[in-house]
Design a protein around this ligand. Structure first.
Ligand SMILES: O=C(O)CCC(=O)C(=O)O
Ligand SMILES: [Fe+2]
Length: 491
């Protein structure tokens, strides 16, 4: 079972944790009871012993000795074999299937690293100090810092590895007991520095390890390798600071995630409006017009406020919860696969089964005047630790089928997000804040049916909070006359 890709399911892991501790405590109580019992048995058996060799002159005593030694032996075997650990071991093996695998632990560390890169956080601040609204700083153990460093290293994030190693080192220096040693930290730091081209630091640190333990073969080998490199490739990048968080390559996306604010000139902003809309006189909206707000002009993105009620949202989450499974993405050949570029769990709610899903379709049809006959069923998403969806198009080669392509996306926010988790459009600079109960809509295709390059978008990593959204993808077939309709605000 995978937990980290859904914040909602992380709660299950807390229960696994509590059960494990409870069973262990119960086991200890049983062991103590058992020891008491063994002590009582010991006392009884001692009472049956012959004290003095002289007693053996009495034939009765001699008989007792011969007889009781067997009796005692049997008792000892019997009572020591009755161990409470059997029940406990059984409980443990049933917990085993609920435990996260090491692979998952590594991916959570990768989630932390992603958050650090995107939101520019030093280990100190991601552990709580710099995070507004965090009650309690969550400190990591030196072993844990080392593990995060190792995952960073394995993912070629060498500077982040250095930062986490520094953290681990400082904790070790303060005398925190740990499995990892200062030498382990130095060696991994040396490798990271070496990978960043800082051969001097790599050699320095490895020499320190060798000085302390001249028999450390791994260190000796590394040292040779580093020295050789310094001779053969004497160019090194002195300018690289080992302790800075590097800027990811996709800057506009990252900057939008960080600020969570759209970037638009005031002049253009003044042309954005809020209105009550009846979608050109739809009878179902005449008495309850929808609150419509322009989020962006080109491509046009609008938000519908109070699109769903609290009860509707609770219902959707309740229906989706047991169906959640790891989200996948499709490639051009329409093959679906799991990737760390999309960390969430999702469930499909079918219009024909679920009244709340069909009601949503009706609302979307009313508000947008688009035909829902070919639209996809509602996809409900719950994000996980550092959960995100990297920049992507909702439409394209891998998506298109007999219903056409995904002409429009309606994205419904089923929760607020405390920090992070905005939906951003890096090509244009739009950032949509998750607002619980609201829905945003945009077109993925141009009027000519081609994918609109500007519709590239991304769900930023969730830093803090539990992000729920639902997607409704509208397909091209059925919209042939609707998108051109003059009553349609999407022209
Ligand atoms: O969660 C978000 O903000 C965006 C989700 C999205 O783009 C998608 O699921 O296709
Ligand atoms: Fe999307």
């Amino acid at each position: 079972h995978e937990y980290y890709s859904s914040t909602e399911e992380m709660e299950d892991l807390m229960i696994v944790d509590q059960t494990l501790m409870l069973n262990f405590a119960r086991y200890i109580r049983e062991e103590i009871k058992h020891i008491h019992k063994l002590n009582r048995v010991l006392k009884v058996l001692r009472g049956l012993s012959v004290d003095q060799p002289s007693d053996l002159s009495n034939p009765i005593t001699a008989y007792q000795l011969v007889n009781r030694i067997k009796w005692k032996f049997n008792d000892i075997v019997r009572y020591t074999q009755q161990r409470p650990s059997d029940d406990f071991l059984e409980a443990l093996s049933s917990t085993l299937k609920d435990l996260p695998e090491q692979k998952e632990v590594d991916r959570v560390a990768l989630g932390l690293i992603r958050l650090q890169e995107i939101y520019r956080l030093e280990p100190q601040s991601i552990m709580g100090h710099g995070l507004a609204g965090t009650k309690q700083a969550s400190r990591l153990h030196p072993d844990e810092c080392f593990h995060v460093a190792k995952v960073a290293y394995e993912n070629q994030k060498f500077q982040l590895a250095c930062l986490w190693l520094q953290e681990s080192y400082q904790l070790l220096q303060k005398g925190n007991a740990a499995r990892v040693s200062i030498s382990d930290v130095r060696l991994l730091f040396a490798s990271s520095a070496f990978s960043l081209g800082d051969f001097d630091t790599a050699i320095d640190l490895t020499e320190q390890v060798v000085d302390e333990d001249p028999a450390n073969e791994e260190a000796l080998l590394q040292l040779l390798r580093y020295r050789l490199h310094r001779v053969t490739q004497p160019i090194f990048f002195r300018t690289i600071d080992l302790f800075t968080i590097p800027e990811p390559s996709n800057m506009s996306y990252v900057a939008l995630c960080r600020s969570q604010r759209s970037r638009m000139t005031p002049h253009r902003q003044r042309a954005l409006f809020c209105r009550y809309s009846t979608a050109g006189g739809n009878p179902r909206l005449m008495y309850a017009p929808v609150k419509e707000e322009d989020e962006w002009d080109h491509p046009r993105i609008v938000r519908y406020h109070d699109f769903l009620s609290e009860q509707e949202m609770d219902m959707i989450k309740m229906m989706a919860r047991p169906e959640l499974s790891r989200s996948e993405v499709v490639n051009l050949e329409k093959n679906a696969y799991v990737t760390e570029n999309r960390v969430s769990k999702s469930a499909v709610l079918y219009d024909v089964i679920d009244p709340s899903a069909s009601r949503i379709s009706q609302r979307i049809a009313d508000i947008t005047s688009l035909d829902m006959g070919t639209a996809e069923n509602l996809q409900v998403l719950n994000y996980g630790v550092g959960g995100h969806f990297g920049p992507h198009y909702d439409a394209g080669e891998g998506i298109r089928d007999e219903r056409g392509d995904r002409i429009a996306t309606v994205l419904i926010y089923l929760s607020d997000v405390e920090v992070g988790g905005a939906t951003v459009f890096p090509e244009v600079g739009a950032a949509l804040q998750p607002i619980k109960g609201s829905a945003v809509m945009w077109f993925n295709l141009l009027q000519n049916g081609e994918v609109d390059d500007l519709s590239l978008h991304s769900g930023c990593p969730v830093f803090k909070g539990n992000k729920w959204v639902a997607n409704k993808w509208v397909r091209e077939r059925g919209q042939e006359f609707r998108r051109r309709c003059s009553l349609n605000p999407w022209e």
